[in-house]
Design a protein around this ligand. Sequence first.
Ligand code: ARG
Length: 459
Amino acid sequence: MKKNKKNWSDRFSEPTSEIVKRYTASVDFDQRLAMFDIAGSLAHAEMLKKQNIISIRDFNAIKKGLNQIKKEIISNKFQWSIDYEDVHLNIEKRLTEISGEAGKKLHTGRSRNDQVSTDMRLYLRDASDQLVILIKKLQESTIALAEKHITTIMPGLTHLQVAQPISFAHHLLAYFEMLERDKARFIDSRKRINTLPLGAAALAGTSFPINRKFVAKLLKFETVMENSLDAVSDRDFLIEFNANASLLMTHLSRWSEELVMWSSPFFNYIEISDSFCTGSSIMPQKKNPDVPELVRAKTGRVNGHLVSLLTIMKSQALAYNKDNQEDKEPIFDVVDTVLDTLRIYGEMISKIKVFPKNMENAALKGYATATDLADYLVKKGLPFRESHGIVAKAVKFAIEQDCDLSNIELSKLRKFSKLIDQDVFKYLSLKGSIQTRKHVGATGFNAVKSAIKKAKSKL
Ligand code: ARG
């Protein structure tokens, strides 16, 4: 055999040029699939033995060789070479070196087409499991912070304008809910990742008497894929995973935007721990919230990969096409980015310092209890639209006087409506306003306490 000869090269009379070799090789990036590739190969070999397609002796030689390769890879001694294109051919070539003729039999009834899809599924199943654990950890940090701030009052905003006072814990729990849905999405998409393509071979299945269910069982796949063409060409599972990651990052980008604002001197609601910030090389006073800023930006990166994957799949005729080799770098980067983001986020949230007084002062600035005055009048018999108009006038008056609604004397308030009595002040305070919102999902302190209890029970 010629040196560095590829196992498909007998069909060719001219060698591959260096640039084409480089252009078509994926080993530089797909070698990270090595452990999954070996696991898949071991299962395939065991099935070949069980079905009497290879001998016990050959199986033992293959098993021994693959285990040795595993050790070589872990100890960084394995020689990867672009002469052998991808992770699959590199490992197979080394196996043949170690195990001789037996190694050459491993690929019986299999193709790289079903092999690569199997590897990617094993890889992504593992990533999904890690992600779910990290989402849970972030949820735990979120709840721990929320528990400390049930009665911390902040202005709830709409259009970035002061709307109504809310509990800071309530605000945090909104992110808990988003994360809960993200987690559910990853758990759900795992089911579609966890189906076995192996056995589809190149595209049409194989003439060997294989046992796909046995391989599925060995590799802990829930089912075998029903159609061989679909099995080798489907990349929905990657796209779906990336879409889930995009939503997760989108949620974290929203939170990050708030962390950036809250830690600015204009808000001064929180301080992000020094270990998550950097200084400026020119302005000595600066402490920049780099981590949340980067989370915001990395969302763009993950979204970009989603567009890449969708575009790679668009218009692809059945079955496998080399286009699909391009799915790896995007999805690896998505996994790396999201795992790191979650790791860092959980820690950042658990170390955040909160300034409740500043939050409360901000809530006092924008007539946050105006709706409460309107509701008060409604409860005294006025139609809501009318009371809305009356309160608007009262707010206008308060702006002129440069004071809060709760600072206007009763006699002056009564000029706007005779329905207003002394008891109104109970509703005009921030705390009073919050405490009236008692139902499930509302910001009342007790409702929030119950929400925390419920959230905890979900973890
Ligand atoms: N490296 C290839 C990929 O990632 C493996 C499958 C190659 N199959 C083929 N028929 N060339 O998609």
